[in-house]
Write a protein that binds this ligand. Sequence first.
Ligand SMILES: *Cc1c(COP(=O)(O)O)cnc(C)c1O
Length: 407
Amino acid sequence: MRAVNPTVASVPAGDAVPERQAVIDLSAITHNVGRLRSIVAPAKLMAVVKADAYGHGMIPVARTAVAAGAEWLGTAHVSEALRLREAGIDVPVLAWLHTPSTDFAAAVAQGIDLGCSGWELAHIAATAREQEHPARIHLKIDTGLGRNGCSLADWDALVADAIAYQDEGLLRVVGVFSHFAVADEPHRPETDEQIQRFREAVAVAEDAGADLEVRHIANTPAVLSRPDSHFDMVRAGLGLYGLSPFEDQTSAQLGLIPAMTLQTRVALCKDVPAGQGVSYGLNHVTTEPTTLGLIPLGYADGIPRVATGGPVRVNGVTYPVVGRIAMDQMVIDLGPDARAGFGDAQVPGSALGATAVLFGNGADGGPVVEQWADAAGTINYEVVTRISQRVPRSYVGGPDTTLAGGA
Ligand SMILES: *Cc1c(COP(=O)(O)O)cnc(C)c1O
């Protein structure tokens, strides 16, 4: 007859704690907005909240950023901007990435400013004509990124067409903007060239009759490293979330506080002998008797499958993930001493049920998202943005922490 596992009855229940969660510290967002504004003043701050606020939850982040003094919000898609309006957020919003399927009519009706790189101009003007309501547009110049934006060769023509529509009363050219290619590498000369081309493009628009409210080109790296790029407004995403765009500078060194903590609870603690293969492929094999800890997060939760070696903090100790990361779970090796008094007092000798932190604000020496980015061969932007909707967001540090579920 098998003995009943004596620890089962004493596993801490913790009903109120979600099994896995991304905890978003809205007070960190507030702090970061203040930090960025102090750097760019008197230029305005557009808080970029595209892609569900880089995975942090668009509506709670947008509300917090606006309350903290961000004058503008920015999204890639009109559909994202419309969700801000549906939530009752009425500050200026710019959306800049469109297709012929984009709902320009809703955008104009809801007072969304539209970025315009070329073909959109005629669509936007036609919409404005139908609605008898002038659109607000920001003309985008490609100063070197080679992505969205009007090429230098076509700029004069785009400006002329836009001003013609403006003279008809169909739209107002309220902004000219561009985007940097290498601002995260501040020594590179291409940023100087982009700024120079931007100045020239702005001059063309103003000479043609544009009465610009805002000239804007700076993203987070340029906010932090190129004061000469701030113009009337900056568009900051990453810094808002407290993350560093630079290889060689931490959030703390930049005066920023990471807002997202990704955590769960240890799902299983198991003693294994030497020679135990771990996870698919059995790529990791234990070299001595040890205790494995099962972490119930995997690539379906947005943890990159390639990120073996990424850090998980349990009871104040950081362990690297061993073996392959699977869809739902990953494994850490808690070590040969783990059974000897390790862990929660309620579960003697076991870390079962203990909080497992994959990354957080780093203040306690705990793991940070950049370690996961390194393990995955990517950047911090991608790791936070891809934390999937299977992971509930919860909010702390806000004026109203009942904002949860704003994904
Ligand atoms: C995403 C984005 C930003 C924000 O960039 P960060 O580096 O996150 O500050 C700014 N402008 C445009 C056009 C973007 O697409």
